[in-house]
Design a protein around this ligand. Structure first.
Ligand code: ATP
Ligand code: MG
Ligand code: MG
Ligand code: MG
Length: 450
């Protein structure tokens, strides 16, 4: 079946064409749900939630220190896919991507008075000259200083929407729930600059709509709730929440109208909807995004200004918009998976298809060539699947065992060469994991179907 020698000089096992993704070669240290206690779990103490347990067991993450994880290859593939989807949404509304330093000078944080306000959550350090720094937990100061230091913008450049997707650092009092609450995690943070409050509120709505669109594309049910502005400050704020039992936020949702809010914002003792006096019900949620209309809180401190049409300097109106990238990934596993099988938003699954060739020594083995041809043909016939197809070449294992592993890892499509591969008109069995449906298809049928 080896059509071309493997390019790995030292491999010598005839792994087939270079560029094939073989399950036997995956770096996935947890070794797929062996029924033994996993060392990593022991060291973590009690496991705290479904996504953390599933991700550790499946070899998707590995603990490093409290709140810090190795993101193993499957996870990184999913994170990169999520980044691409976020980039599409941000670019669609005019966002421009940049990168700011994670090492942030204390001076900026002192000017905004958040050096003290942030307390122990800020990771602080000193350089060899004794200069004070922190590891960026968010970047309002840095981006505002960037704009200010470049001199006045022209009103023609506004709205300006800058964003980055970088690691953020927060010394959380209770890092837990795996990637849901880390001390080092990926966040998308966008900062917007506008000419007036009215324009800034329009920009605010535009970004919120992009967030709604993103969560809809991911197939996640979410609620947008009114929220507290916390230490970031500002005048108006919403959170995007995924309802889940494990959620650390309490949300109040009106049964009658569209009102919904984080408990933190709502006046103590308020039992009725402040808008329609309907009954409020409480659910728990995972905060996956947070938007703020900031006004001139930062732009006035740092003098981030623009030139009006009359060529007069004026202070910009700002907004900031966070998305927890690694939290969204873990939260979607949390809400979509069963107790022992991972389910991903289709767009984020690390591989879209996993193909299972027949077991060694089985009757079906004579059709192994058909499976190879299917694997090699898929990428050409369905360009969207290029680089997205895994071959579970562990043919010493039964189909049943490999099918179970594939189901637990949640690849959206698993293709099996079962008994019907030996028919005059060979059929593959295609299991659609997200719907639970199974169909029998010829090779061309598979291409059309996918
Ligand atoms: P939380 O209330 O959960 O502590 P936050 O309100 O402090 O979050 P923001 O400052 O609003 O967080 O940051 C923007 C987004 O970054 C959050 O909506 C969340 O999705 C994500 N995020 C915040 N803290 C963490 C963390 N420790 N680990 C992973 N993601 C996080
Ligand atoms: Mg926090
Ligand atoms: Mg919060
Ligand atoms: Mg928040």
């Amino acid at each position: 079946a080896c059509l071309q020698p493997c390019r790995l000089q030292h491999c010598g096992q005839g792994h087939g064409r270079p560029g094939r993704f073989l399950v036997s070669r995956l770096f996935q240290p947890a070794n797929l749900w062996e029924d033994r206690e996993l060392g990593v779990e022991g060291r973590q103490g009690e496991l705290t939630c479904r996504s953390q347990r599933l991700m550790l067991r499946a070899g998707l993450i590995h603990p490093a220190s409290p709140g810090c994880y190795y993101y193993l290859p499957h996870t990184l593939r999913a994170v990169e896919k999520l980044v691409r989807v976020i980039d599409q949404e941000m670019r669609a509304i005019g966002g421009q991507k940049l990168n700011m330093p994670s090492l942030c000078a204390a001076d900026l944080w002192k000017r905004s008075e958040r050096w003290d306000l942030m307390g122990k959550e800020l990771f602080r350090l000193r350089d060899r000259h004794n200069g004070e720094y922190c590891l960026g937990p968010t970047h309002e100061e840095a981006v505002t200083e960037l704009i200010a230091s470049l001199g006045s913008l022209s009103y023609r450049q506004l709205p300006l929407m800058l964003y980055q997707i970088t690691r953020k650092f927060r010394d959380e009092p209770k890092p837990r729930f795996g990637l849901l609450r880390g001390r080092e995690f990926y966040m998308k943070d966008m900062y917007t600059f506008d000419v007036s409050e009215e324009a800034a509120r329009q920009t605010y709505d535009t970004v919120c709509q992009a967030y709604c669109h993103l969560f809809e594309r991911l197939g996640l049910s979410f609620v947008k709730v009114r929220a507290d502005t916390g230490s970031i400050g500002g005048k108006l704020s919403h959170e995007f929440q995924l309802p889940a039992d494990i959620g650390e936020d309490r949300l109040l949702i009106c049964a009658n109208c569209s009102f919904s809010a984080n408990v933190e914002t709502v006046q103590a003792g308020e039992a009725d909807c402040p808008e329609c006096h309907g009954k409020l019900t409480e659910t728990k949620g995972i905060e996956v995004g947070h938007t703020f209309y900031l006004g001139t809180k930062y732009s006035s401190i740092f003098s981030a200004s623009y030139n009006t049409p009359q060529n007069k300097p004026a202070v910009t109106e700002m907004g900031c918009f966070g998305l927890g990238v690694t939290r969204i990934l873990a939260a979607s596993i949390e809400v979509l998976s069963t107790e022992d099988s991972i389910r991903w938003p289709g767009l984020l699954a690390p591989y879209q298809v996993c193909i299972l060739p027949p077991k060694k020594g089985s009757k079906e083995e004579e059709a192994a060539g058909l499976v190879d041809a299917l694997y090699d043909g898929l990428g050409e016939a369905v360009p969207a699947l290029r680089g997205e197809v895994l071959l579970d070449d562990r043919t010493q294992l039964t189909i049943g065992k490999r099918l179970k592993d594939a189901s637990r890892l949640g690849y959206p499509y698993v293709i099996v060469a079962g008994r019907r591969i030996l028919e005059d008109q060979p059929h593959f069995e295609v299991c659609c994991q997200n719907t639970g449906e199974t169909v029998f298809l010829t090779r061309e049928g598979v291409f059309d179907f996918l």
